[in-house]
Design a protein around this ligand. Structure first.
Ligand SMILES: Cc1cc2nc3c(=O)[nH]c(=O)nc-3n(C[C@H](O)[C@H](O)[C@H](O)COP(=O)(O)O)c2cc1C
Length: 370
């Protein structure tokens, strides 16, 4: 097993991953304190998973106005930077590597998160979905269309967060550009109806994302930055079809060829209204391999066999695993030895304490709670 493609090392610029098994970013809702500071329990959780070729952290708010979900940590206060530093230290002590995923919920936030203020969006369009707040699940509201000043401030928030990530000891950052991120909202035909330089044409709708990239590249080398996209629609809006969405992200991938990124992280998620067979026929990774010239990390429902197959076919370079990493902290060792996998409990994905978080067993009992 250890000679299979997943176990070949790979270099991303100056960073070498000993294997091609990455931990996908996953919000777990465990920063349960008023300052949304990452906790010691989170350090234990990430430390348990340090044998991954690369860990990508849970989506993390770049500013207070970016908040869109309860108990999710931020990277905009000194205390948050300290909390994250404890996490990067434990991962590095265990010879792992970790990127921070930068997130902004945009119009999917709610006044409950924002001291009564309206959330920000590319346009004043209510996405007519739900927002998860401390006061329970709420209907989303009509957001405030971002002014050019709001856009500039948000760029500066991305820059601060990128600098804070560096100060906290991360190995790199990932831009979250899929539902529910503000960056994907600017790319959406349904949610972006702007008539200025940030709306209308594909070039205009991509402008905000590329400006954010330029901004975070004033802090990080491009080889320490990744971008995460979901080209197929994982979240449908009236007025937007899966083909619209895939075309938009093809254009985005072409633009990203101009940046020498660490990798493009592509997620293949179940699409509303499309059968799994039809989705497979869309050959997402094969198509994007033709468009994007750099390193590709693939995600979405991979098993050991499917992952090795995609690498062997040459359609991706690294595979990230989400739910398998929730319940198998030593996924690398389990894949290496073809061991049984623990099942994950969805009831504790986004809520709970240590249960369903740091108590999934490793093969080596010494590692359990180590
Ligand atoms: C509990 C949970 C939280 C997630 N949070 C995030 C997140 O913060 N950022 C993100 O980009 N994707 C997030 N995702 C999506 C996962 O990264 C991944 O794309 C998805 O689980 C599919 O991969 P899998 O089939 O290997 O689980 C989350 C998924 C789960 C199950």
């Amino acid at each position: 097993m250890s000679s299979s493609p997943l176990f070949q090392s790979i270099s991303l610029g100056s960073l070498t991953l000993p294997n091609r098994i990455a931990m996908a970013p996953m919000t777990r809702g465990r920063s349960k304190n008023p300052g949304i500071v990452p906790t010691e329990m989170q350090a234990l959780y990430y430390g348990q998973r340090a044998s991954a070729g690369l860990i990508i952290s849970e989506g993390t708010w770049i500013s207070k106005e970016a908040i869109g979900f309860i108990n999710v940590p931020g990277i905009f206060s000194e205390a948050q930077v300290e909390g994250w530093r404890a996490i990067t230290e434990i991962v590095h002590q265990k010879e792992g590597r970790i990127f921070l995923q930068l997130g902004h919920a945009g119009l999917l936030s709610h006044p409950h998160h924002l001291d009564g203020e309206l959330p920000l969006g590319p346009s004043s369009i209510n996405p007519l979905t739900k927002s998860y707040t401390a006061q329970g699940v709420q209907d989303t509201v009509t957001p405030r269309e971002m002014s050019l000043e709001d856009i500039q401030r948000t760029l500066s928030d991305y820059r601060n967060a990128a600098q804070n990530a560096k100060d906290a000891g991360f190995d790199g950052i990932e831009l979250h550009v899929q539902h529910p991120s503000i960056l994907s909202q600017f790319l959406s035909n349904a949610l972006n109806k702007r008539t200025d330089q940030y709306g209308g044409t594909m070039e205009n709708k991509t402008r905000f994302l590329l400006e954010v990239l330029d901004t975070v590249m004033t802090v990080w080398h491009s080889k320490r930055i990744s971008v995460r996209i979901t080209p197929n629609l994982s979240y449908s809006q009236p007025g937007e079809t899966p083909d619209d969405s895939e075309n938009t992200y093809r254009f985005v991938a072409q633009q990203l060829n101009k940046y020498d990124l660490a990798f493009l992280h592509i997620v293949d998620r179940p699409e509303p209204g499309i059968s799994p067979e039809a989705q497979k026929d869309r050959k997402l990774f094969e198509n994007f391999r033709k468009i994007y010239k750099g390193t590709i990390m693939a995600n979405g429902g991979f098993t050991l066999e499917k992952a090795n197959q995609l690498l062997e076919d040459g359609y991706a370079d690294i595979i990230s695993f989400g739910t398998l990493y929730i319940s198998n902290p030593d996924l690398v060792e389990r894949f290496r030895t073809n061991a049984n996998l623990n099942d994950a409990d969805p009831a504790t994905f986004f809520v709970g304490d240590d249960n369903g978080y740091i108590d999934y067993p490793s093969l080596s009992l010494n590692e359990h709670y180590a």
